[in-house]
Each structure stands twice: as structure tokens, then as C-alpha cells.
Write a protein that binds this ligand. Structure first.
Ligand code: ARG
Length: 569
């Protein structure tokens, strides 16, 4: 809590030769709460005082012995640290007051000062199904989008659609040869994908198909109207399909600038690279040698003049800098593209773009579905739509069984179903591969969205039953929370703001997800040990304020992961 830090900063500045603001910066949370709630590390002073940090902390502790502040009531030396313990009455009151006053904004801040952060995420490939690989990018990218926004950055969602490349030549050939209009319209993405697979199977025996496809892609690059018509249609039909998924997930992108958007900028990119002298012609192709940096070479242009994925990414990076003048530019893309991004950022650096340092690849591991109805077997693609629908169906069944009288079962089923998929992903450290297990992600007592949502709904139900007196703030009542479970819950609620910042800084929504599990767990422990509605008078009001604040923290936190919090479930 900021007020405690300010108080300690001011206090210590009268004992040591540091400014209050500097002290505040140095203060940290002790690793173990038994050591205290806020620690001042004495290392910084050792040099100028010519004393061991342990000795400094001991001297400070004895100078402060028996003293008390407003928000702290005890101080001890623990090795090189000076440890402060909070005064639960004032501390609890201030934490709850802050949450009460800031409501939906609690945890938010304006450290971003409106600066732009384009976030490249989801980015599926046109005419291919939105597969599981893109689930993670969509879910993680969207969470980062929301988290950065909450910190006062201007998040800009960019969907870097895979809408260019030789595969479009193949698709045109396949559709011209075997395509049926009715089948295309019935289920465009699925149909186009099947045509694509068929093309590959037949091209193995008949390589002339590939020549034909190359010729069509060339036509497309030369703006041939027939080729462009096909491409435009395939793209539009795919986008209509993705739109259903994005709507269901409540995701909006500021830009759908796919790879094709950068076509007209590629000549300039090639020119720039040549002027800078970082590329060599080799048998008609244009290559950047990255060997001095321990990276494989990069081809920017093939000998037939065609450009590549990375050429378009160079153009896109420059375009984003020019258009958004970003503070940070994120790419939420699977770890299998790590090398691609290393090469991309290195080339930007060699082009003397100072801002290449602000480009960050946010990688993640693979997702696999555990054996059962939806297992990931070789060659079998799992569609995101199917995953989401299945999750909602399972949530509906569980809710039907647990709470048959619930008024708005459908809303709860959607919130729990979508929450399970999102949280099942986000609660894992993103870099790890995850095995998606339906039993686990929908377990109401496990470390799941449903567990947290259920704590939220439970609080809402208690608050509905409470007397209308709950609606009032009370300094008095909020200062009565001194039982261990109450104090621990207050302390947990106090750290939402720093958890949001940590999640943003590490590009790790999992930090926030895991924290919310702690909040729900601490709430349950509190509720098990401290009666709310049956306690009397002011204590009841204090506890109602505490659970009201808990509800707020859960709602704010889950919202940043894109997860809804129904009032009943
Ligand atoms: N469409 C690509 C794929 O599915 C992801 C694009 C990621 N973004 C980027 N700027 N390269 O693999």
C-alpha cells in the first residue's frame, strides 16, 4: 500500500541520508510474511556508512524500538533488512477505502501516460481453420491488451493476418479445378482448407500443379483482376468466419492489417536494406548474412522476385513505428517462431532503428488436448470454435446439476465455459507447453476460473442477503478487521496493483491469474473461519466491506484476463 510506503519513507529519511522518494523505491515485500510486511534493505547505506548492512539494520531497529506509526506498529532487524509490520486497523481501513473509492478502477493506473503499444496477436492464416495454435496467441494477446490498457497505455490490437504468400496460388488452382460454389458458401474456411489439402496430395504425383500455382501467385502479385477477385473472396469469407469467434470472445482489433497490407512497401524495404549495405545478391536472391550474430542467413527476396514472410514483417515493423510511434511493440506468437523474431529484430537493429529495442517477441509453448473426445492427434486439427462450444456445453451441464434453479443459466454457462478455456491457458506460465484437460479446467474446486467466479458469486449472494447498511462506508467498521484470516485477506487485496504491473512487465498474464487463485483461496479461508451475516453490528459491516472489496478485486482482475464474473452461478 502506497500510504505505508510514504510513511516509512518519510520516517527513515530522518534517520538515514536518503530522500524519502529514494527510500520508497528501495522498499520491498519480505519473501516470508513472518519477517514483516515491508522491508528496507540496508545494503545501499553500507558504503557511505562504512558499516555492515546487518549492523545498520540493527542500529535502526533499536533507534525505532517501541515506536509506532499510523500504518505500522512494530519494526525489527532481520539480517541486512529492517522489517516493518503493519498496524492492521489503519492498514485495513486504508486498503478497503481505496478499493471502495476506486471501484472498477482499483488496480489501474496511468503509468503508460497514453503511449501507444501495438500488440500483434491472434493473426490466423486466411483460408485455414482457426486452429489450436492460434488459441494461445488470441487469449494471451488479448489479456496483455487489456492489462496494458489498464495501466494507461493505448493498446492497439493488430491482427497480422496471414493473407499473402504462395498458398494463394495453390488455392486458386484448386478452386478453379475442383471447387464447387455451394460447398464454398456452406462452410468456406473448412472447404478451402480441404481444397488446400487435396492440392498438396495431388501435387506430390503431379508437379505441374505447383508450376501452375506459382504462375497464379505471380498474377496475384501483378494485380491480375481475376486472381485478385479470388483472393479477395477467400479473404472475406475467412474473415467472416473469424469474426464469429472474436464476437463470442468479445475481442475487437483496431487493425486487420494482414501481410498483404505491406506489399506496396516492400520495394522500399529492399531498397533500404541495399542502401545500408547489409544484404548481398546471391544467384539473383537477396540475402542478409547474420552469421556474425550467430544467426542463420535471411532471404528477403527469392530469385523469381517473390518476397517472404520476414520481408513483410520488416515492412510491418517500420509501418507500426511510423504510424503509432510506439513505446513498445509486442508480438504474441508461438515459441516455434523465436528464430524468426531474433532475425527480424537483428535486421531492424542493423538498419539503425534505435526502436528495435522496443520490439518484443512474447513466445508461448504448445497446447495439447488430453486424450478423450478432443485429443490432438497427428494431422487432426482442432477448431477453436469447437473447443469453445464444447466448454460452454460442459459448463451448462455442470451448472444445471449444481444449481438447477438459477435464473440466467445461459449467461453463467457462457461465462464459465469461456472462462475455463481462457484461464486454462492463462494460469500456466506461457512458455510451457500445456496439456488441456477438460476435467481440470472446469473443476469448481481446482485452480480454475470457475473456482474464482464461484467465490465472486458467493460474495454477491451474501451481499444480497445483507442489510442495506452495507451500502455505506464506515471508517469505524473497516478498522475492526484484526483476525488473522481478515488481515491476510486484506493484505492479499492490497497487492492487486503491483500484480497487474508485474504481469505487464513480464508479459505474463499468469502472474495475475495465479494471484486471483490466491484471492479466492484466502476468501474461502476467511469465510470458513469468520461468520459474516451472523456476526453483530459494526463487525458485520466491516466484514461486509471486506468481502465487497474482495468481490471488486476478483471482478477487476478477471476482467483483465477477458473473463466475466456472473453474480449468480
Ligand atoms: N500468421 C502467422 C502464423 O500463423 C502469425 C503471424 C504473427 N505475426 C507476425 N508479425 N509475424 O504463423
Amino acid at each position: 500500500m502506497q500510504k505505508l510506503k510514504e510513511e516509512v519513507g518519510l520516517l527513515l529519511s530522518t534517520y538515514v541520508s536518503l530522500e524519502p522518494a529514494v527510500i520508497e523505491e528501495l522498499l520491498e515485500a519480505p519473501p516470508d510474511p513472518n519477517f514483516g510486511d515491508l522491508a528496507f534493505p540496508c545494503f545501499t547505506l553500507a558504503k557511505s556508512y562504512k558499516k555492515a548492512p546487518t549492523q545498520i539494520s540493527e542500529e535502526l531497529a533499536s533507534a525505532l524500538a517501541g515506536k509506532k506509526g499510523l500504518y505500522w506498529n512494530r519494526v525489527t532487524a532481520g539480517g541486512p533488512y529492517l522489517n516493518f509490520f503493519i498496524a492492521p486497523e489503519a492498514y485495513g481501513r486504508e486498503v478497503l477505502r481505496q478499493i471502495w473509492e476506486q471501484g472498477n478502477h482499483y488496480g489501474h493506473s496511468d503509468i503508460g501516460k497514453g503511449r501507444n503499444v501495438p500488440i500483434d496477436y491472434s493473426s490466423p492464416n486466411i483460408a485455414k481453420p482457426f486452429g489450436v495454435g492460434h488459441i494461445r496467441s488470441t487469449v494471451i494477446g488479448h489479456a496483455l491488451y487489456l492489462i496494458y490498457k489498464a495501466l494507461g497505455y493505448n493498446s492497439i490490437g493488430v491482427n497480422h493476418l496471414g493473407d499473402w504468400g504462395t498458398q494463394f496460388g495453390k488455392l486458386i488452382v484448386a478452386f478453379k479445378r475442383w471447387g464447387k460454389e455451394e460447398e464454398l458458401l456452406a462452410d468456406p474456411v473448412d472447404y478451402l482448407y480441404r481444397l488446400y489439402v487435396k492440392f498438396h496430395q495431388l501435387a506430390e504425383a503431379d508437379p505441374t500443379l505447383d508450376d501452375e500455382a506459382r504462375a497464379w501467385f505471380k498474377k496475384l502479385e501483378e494485380d491480375d483482376s481475376q486472381a485478385v477477385d479470388y483472393w479477395t473472396r477467400f479473404r472475406r469469407l475467412s474473415l467472416e468466419n473469424y469474426a464469429l469467434i472474436y464476437d463470442l470472445l468479445g475481442i475487437q482489433f483496431e487493425h486487420f492489417h494482414g501481410e498483404s497490407h505491406y506489399n506496396k512497401m516492400l520495394d522500399d524495404v529492399i531498397k533500404l536494406v541495399q542502401e545500408k549495405g547489409i544484404a548481398e545478391e546471391s544467384e539473383g536472391a537477396l540475402i542478409v548474412d547474420l552469421e556474425p550474430y550467430g544467426l542463420p542467413p535471411v532471404m528477403l527476396r527469392k530469385k523469381d522476385g517473390a518476397t517472404l514472410y520476414i520481408t513483410r514483417d520488416i515492412a510491418a515493423a517500420i509501418y507500426r513505428k511510423q504510424t503509432f510511434d510506439f513505446a513498445l511493440s509486442l508480438y504474441v506468437v508461438g515459441a516455434e517462431q523465436t528464430l524468426h523474431f531474433q532475425q527480424l529484430f537483428k535486421i531492424l537493429e542493423l538498419l539503425d532503428f534505435e526502436w528495435s529495442k522496443a520490439c518484443v517477441h512474447v513466445p508461448f509453448g504448445l497446447i495439447r488436448f488430453k486424450e478423450g473426445k478432443m485429443s490432438t492427434r497427428a494431422g487432426k486439427i482442432i477448431l477453436l470454435e469447437e473447443v469453445l462450444e464444447r466448454s460452454i456445453t460442459m459448463a451448462r451441464e455442470i451448472i444445471e446439476e449444481k444449481n438447477p434453479d438459477l435464473a440466467d443459466k445461459e449467461r453463467a454457462a457462457i461465462a464459465v465455459g469461456l472462462g475455463a478455456v481462457r484461464f486454462g491457458d492463462l494460469s500456466n506460465d506461457r512458455i510451457k507447453n500445456i496439456e488441456f484437460d477438460w476435467e481440470k479446467v472446469l473443476d469448481f474446486s481446482g485452480e480454475t476460473a470457475a473456482y474464482i467466479q464461484y467465490a465472486h458469486a458467493r460474495i454477491c449472494s451474501i451481499l444480497r442477503k445483507a442489510s442495506p447498511g452495507y451500502g455505506n462506508w464506515s471508517d469505524q467498521a473497516s478498522s475492526l478487521l484484526v483476525k488473522e484470516e481478515e488481515v491476510t485477506l486484506v493484505k492479499t487485496l492490497a497487492i492487486l496493483p503491483e500484480k497487474i504491473i508485474a504481469a505487464a512487465e513480464g508479459y505474463r498474464p499468469s502472474i495475475l491469474a495465479r494471484y486471483l487463485v490466491d484471492v479466492a483461496r484466502e476468501f474461502n479461508r476467511f469465510y470458513h473461519n469468520c461468520p459474516v451475516l451472523s456476526s453483530a453490528g459494526e463487525l458485520q459491516q466491516g466484514r461486509l466491506l471486506l468481502i465487497g472489496a474482495t468481490r471488486q478485486v476478483i471482478a477487476n482482475g478477471l476482467a483483465l484476463l477477458g473473463i466475466e464474473t456472473p453474480e449468480e452461478m
